[in-house]
Write a protein that binds this ligand. Structure first.
Ligand code: PLP
Length: 381
């Protein structure tokens, strides 16, 4: 149970953001108060901050099997995606090809589009009805060292996990560079950058019970990418700006904790999902679950001839937080680019919501959400 303004809520929008873990919070506290030294300064007072940033980089590197100097802290997933794409495209004044998919987050899609405006070529790979990227499409493209392929590890709307290792191998056979937006995956499924073979990987702390406004970009040593923010020499000279020590420390603590608990959390979420689905099935509602090989706890559900927006607002009145899968944002009632890309029938697409369970979700939560959905939809059909 979550509480806001004294009102208890059932929170099931963990793919949007998560509650800060108490381990992350406790680790951050000293750096929000007395340990405020600038980590770049050489004097003794700044040493705890410098040491904390160094340690955090080592912890993060260990969690994804990278080297510490391949971890660059950023302001979050959006910045990491922008950096990977623009940093590759703009490195040397030579025209680049950017290959992505039709179901990426807008941080990737809009970054690519902004590079098309300045003369770079952009291609989007289609997906099947489960949202699995058609990797064979890569073979039909002219790739080479001036191509970056950027494909997401797991989709934020429908949860589909992509065969990233296999796609990355294909891309490398053509001598191209590979980036993955792993914002929804890091801290939730095991990530080993050596095994995956990726050149760049984006992550964001607030998706794994860390603070908002902090993330990282993994850049494999030797990857051709230019600096994103110009200024001082922080982040090995590639991302200027005084480090947010508290947020960096919080990110590392949250990631370590998420990785240590990953298997147990996964098993628990699987149990909650099964319980939730069996209640929906018993209700006789006509619905489908979107995606395949989904992230733990993420359920994209499309109810036939229903309105996802109406459902969200009715659940909100019951103090249940889910998100609509059919709208890009609260003010946009269009079917999302992801649901269009998987070719979902309109009679289902309009009735889509995303229920995303997380570390703090309980049996009571899923029972309340299932009962709420069944109540609203049996009243309105
Ligand atoms: N990429 C994906 C797949 C996401 O789900 C999100 C956030 O929802 C982002 C990127 C952006 O991350 P941030 O909110 O940290 O900027």
């Amino acid at each position: 149970m979550s509480v806001s303004g004294g009102i208890p809520y059932t929170y099931a929008d963990n793919a949007a953001t998560t509650k800060l873990s108490s381990a992350a919070f406790q680790n951050m506290l000293p750096f929000l108060a007395e340990e405020y030294g600038n980590p770049s300064q050489p004097y003794a007072f700044a040493r705890p901050a410098k040491h904390a940033v160094r340690l955090a980089r080592e912890v993060v590197a260990q969690c994804i099997n990278a080297k510490p100097d391949e971890i660059y802290f950023t302001s979050g997933g959006t910045e990491s995606d922008n950096w990977a794409i623009k940093g590759f495209a703009l490195q040397d004044g030579v025209q680049k090809q950017l290959v992505t998919s039709t179901i990426e987050h807008h941080a990737v899609l809009n970054s690519c589009d902004s590079m098309a405006v300045v003369g770079h070529r952009v291609n989007r790979l289609p997906v099947d009805t489960n949202g699995v990227i058609d990797a064979s499409g890569i073979e039909r493209m002219e790739l080479g060292r001036n191509t970056l392929v950027s494909l997401m590890y797991a989709n934020n709307e429908i949860g589909t996990i992509q065969p990233i290792q296999e796609i990355c191998e294909r891309v490398h056979r053509h001598g191209s560079c590979f980036h993955t937006d792993a914002v929804q995956a890091v801290g939730h499924v095991p990530i080993d950058v050596q095994e995956l073979g990726v050149d760049m990987l984006s992550a964001s702390a607030h998706k794994f019970n860390g603070p908002r406004g902090i993330g990282f970009l993994y850049i494999k040593a030797g990857t051709r990418v230019c600096s994103y923010a110009s200024g001082g020499s922080q982040e090995m000279g590639l991302r200027a700006g005084t480090e947010n020590t508290a947020a960096i420390v919080g990110l590392a603590a949250a990631l370590k904790e998420s990785c240590e608990r990953m298997q147990a959390t996964d098993e628990r979420l699987h149990g909650l999902e099964t319980r939730f689905i069996s209640q929906l099935n018993a209700s006789g509602l006509d619905y489908r679950r979107n995606g395949a090989n989904q992230l733990p706890g993420l359920l994209s559900l499309s109810f036939r001839n229903a309105s996802g927006e109406m459902l969200l607002h009715r659940l909100d009145l019951m103090h249940i937080c889910v998100s609509t899968g059919s709208a890009c944002d609260g003010s946009n009632t269009q079917v999302s680019h992801v649901l269009k890309a998987i070719d979902l029938d309109d009679e289902y697409a309009q009735g889509t919501i995303r229920v995303s369970l997380g570390r703090y979700s309980t049996v009571d939560d899923v029972d309340r959400i299932a009962a709420g959905i069944i109540k609203v939809l049996t009243m309105h059909t």
